[in-house]
Design a binder for this molecule. Structure first.
Ligand SMILES: Cc1cc2nc3c(=O)[nH]c(=O)nc-3n(C[C@H](O)[C@H](O)[C@H](O)COP(=O)(O)O)c2cc1C
Length: 166
């Protein structure tokens, strides 16, 4: 396919995926009750992909030792219902609901992944993540999660999905 054709098909995809309803974006911070094991990750991942798809919810989950950050996007009712379930999960303790806002666009259109094995992630990215996490945690009021933050989380997520070398 020529470059021009690929661009056209990408554009067409975007037009087709224009949202029919306002997007509700919810971001929270939590910490694991016990360090997550591979079995925890497997369980969360296998349940999330199916359940989130069924609800048309996209999002991103970054777990870096004792810092967990999740963003969920979709129809408000679906996101809130899912969040109530996640919040009640005894494997972690929710520290803060950072923000819950309506938007016209999804920032995480094709994202539905659990991030683990951050060993291969450059330390400066992990430091940035820790700083953003701590700033959000200590902010007095609800904070808007900036596009720059989301870009950082996506970058981390992309490293997290690359299998570690054996
Ligand atoms: C940090 C964390 C994030 C989670 N994220 C999701 C998620 O995005 N979607 C989901 O369906 N379950 C997620 N879960 C799992 C849910 O809390 C719950 O175990 C799952 O929805 C199964 O619930 P059920 O068996 O009662 O239906 C998450 C759990 C944790 C600890």
């Amino acid at each position: 396919m020529s470059d021009e054709l690929s661009r056209m098909s990408l554009l067409w995809e975007t037009i087709q995926q224009e949202e029919e309803y306002p997007i509700f974006r919810l971001t929270y911070l939590s910490k694991p009750t016990e360090p997550f094991t591979d079995a925890d990750f497997d369980d969360i991942e296998s349940k999330s992909v199916k359940a989130n798809n069924e609800r048309d919810v996209t999002g991103l989950l970054v777990v870096n030792e004792d810092r967990i950050l999740q963003i969920l996007e979709g129809r408000e009712e679906a996101v809130r219902e899912l969040y109530n379930k996640i919040e009640a999960d005894s494997r972690h303790t929710v520290l803060k609901l950072v923000c819950a806002v309506e938007d016209e666009v999804r920032l995480l259109l094709t994202w539905n992944m659990v991030v683990r094995g951050l060993n291969g992630t450059p330390p400066d990215l992990l430091d940035q993540f820790s700083n953003v996490f701590d700033d959000l945690l200590h902010a007095e009021s609800q904070s808007e999660v900036a596009i720059d933050h989301v870009a950082l989380f996506k970058e981390i997520a992309l490293f997290g999905t690359i299998p570690e070398k054996v």
